[in-house]
Design a protein around this ligand. Structure first.
Ligand SMILES: Nc1nc2c(ncn2[C@@H]2O[C@H](COP(=O)(O)OP(=O)(O)OP(=O)(O)O)[C@@H](O)[C@H]2O)c(=O)[nH]1
Ligand SMILES: [Mg+2]
Length: 454
């Protein structure tokens, strides 16, 4: 990463034409640099968190009439001197203002650099910084609440507590090591075992919360599959309430997968309509079917559609056996109820399929209710700790493995130094979550995923 002392600048609002735009600066010299281009009050003499009207100008021309907010070191988001310029939202004005600042010696901010500085200046820890990005990208109430909880430090506090308990024991054991030959035990083994078991149980709960966390953050990839002409595309369109996919009575209409998202009961579903499954000699269709298989393997939920007007119980039985093999939750849908053959209808009802007519509006309502009944998740409440980040869950798993090793070591009466090593490993992984322990690569990787200006 580049030095923290220099002044960085970026547009903080979306690109394009808008009523207003906000340009943000951070760094020791940011107020001073702004004062050089600003005609109005002397910005270097103003209190923190005050707003000033004036013009920005270069020697050759006036750039815009603006409002400038100044923030003093220690009181700003980055904890450095900072400035926010509200200007008119014209891409040309924004470009010229930023260029004028670059001439003065500011440089363009990298993605996430403002948040990264806030982290490096100790404003919050790494997990909280990551929550800032999650908050910006949250698309459902649950995602927003989970990110907000994490940003406010709920998760970080839990990790900190785990670390402190471990550090306490690690230091007792290391003390024992200092005494070397003398056979002393500062860390009572039975206490240590109890603590480990408690911590492992707690880690397990956190790791399990990721199942909910992942759904909250990434949504549920839901694949609609079945034989050609079963009514898959009709179902997708009905769910989305939009003519998204082409529907026709020619089997093999859909070839490429068609995706779209919608939110049901606070959960984001990504519906993927696929090419119908059958043996085919058509090369293009065969490629489409290959893609169906790929999507099916990656699905979190499968809506498997049967055409009750054109199949047999034996055929449905065989198809279900194939779906079952994938080991992914699936919902059977008996479609075309309006034209269903009696045997098929009986089979569908006996096998807990949802019997609908996809072309009838009532179907959607029924389908949505069934999906939610099966996949409902508790709403995230303020204060709930839900792990939503893959990086965090990986570190939690590593911590858990190290502690399990330590626990096994206790059982087999292992030496103090081996124990200390496992506990140090566990501490290391917990530290990586909150950023007590970091590497430049890790930071670059995390902050590069932010938008520029954040
Ligand atoms: N009667 C009746 N017809 C339906 C129903 N749902 C779909 N259809 C008709 O069935 C035909 C096939 O529908 P699609 O949605 O294109 O089927 P598909 O499964 O996407 O087919 P492929 O893309 O070829 O695999 C169309 O003519 C639809 O209008 C239903 O509930 N009742
Ligand atoms: Mg289709």
């Amino acid at each position: 990463m580049t030095p923290r002392e220099d002044t960085i600048i970026a547009l903080a609002t979306p690109q394009g034409t808008s009523a207003l735009a906000i340009i943000r600066l951070s760094g020791n010299d940011s107020i001073h640099l702004t004062a050089k281009l600003f005609r109005g009050k002397d910005l270097t003499q103003q209190k923190t968190h005050t707003v000033h009207w004036g013009t920005l100008q270069t020697p050759s021309k006036v750039l815009d009439e603006v409002l400038v907010t100044v923030f003093h070191e220690g009181r700003s988001f980055t904890r450095e001197n900072s400035v926010e310029i509200s200007c008119h939202g014209s891409p040309l004005i924004v470009k010229e203002i930023i260029q004028a600042f670059l001439h003065q010696g500011a440089r363009l901010a990298q993605p996430g650099e403002f948040t990264q500085r806030a982290f490096l200046n100790g404003r919050f820890d790494l997990a909280q910084a990551e929550a800032v990005a999650d908050l910006i990208h949250a698309e459902t109430d649950n995602a927003r609440q989970a990110a907000l909880n994490q940003m406010r430090g709920g998760f970080s506090k839990e990790i900190q507590r785990l670390r402190e308990e471990l550090i306490h024991f690690a230091s007792l054991i290391e003390l024992e090591l200092d005494f070397g030959e003398e056979d002393v035990e500062f860390a009572k083994r039975s206490d240590l075992r109890q603590l480990m078991e408690q911590l492992l149980g707690y880690l397990e709960r956190l790791i399990r919360s990721f199942q909910q966390g992942r759904v909250i953050k990434d949504g549920i990839p839901t694949v609609i599959a079945g034989k050609p002409n079963a009514g898959k595309s009709t179902l997708l369109n009905a769910l989305l309430n939009e003519e998204r996919a082409i529907v026709s009575d020619i089997p093999g209409t859909t070839r490429d997968a068609i995706e779209d998202e919608m939110t049901l009961g606070g959960i984001r579903f990504r519906f993927i309509d696929t090419a119908g499954l059958r043996e085919t000699t058509d090369a293009i269709e065969a490629m489409g079917i290959e893609r169906t298989h790929t999507h099916l393997r990656k699905a979190s939920l499968i809506l498997y559609v049967f055409d009750l007007s054109n199949t047999t119980p034996a055929a449905m039985e065989a198809e279900e056996a194939q779906v079952k093999k994938l080991n992914i939750p699936y919902l059977k849908i008996g479609n075309k109820a309006d034209k269903a053959l009696a045997d098929n209808l009986t089979w569908a009802q006996a096998h807990e399929a949802l019997v609908i007519s996809a072309s009838h509006p009532a179907a959607v309502d029924m389908l949505q209710k069934t999906i939610l009944a099966r996949f409902a998740l508790p709403d995230v409440k303020p204060g709930d700790v839900v792990v939503t980040n893959v990086r965090h869950v990986q570190q939690l798993q590593e911590t858990s493995e190290a502690l399990t090793r330590a626990l096994r070591g206790l059982d087999t009466g292992t030496t103090g130094d081996l124990l200390a090593m496992d506990i140090r490993q566990a501490l290391y992984h917990l530290g990586e979550i909150t950023g007590t322990i970091t590497t430049d690569d890790l930071l670059d990787n995390i902050f590069s995923k932010f938008c520029i200006g954040k």
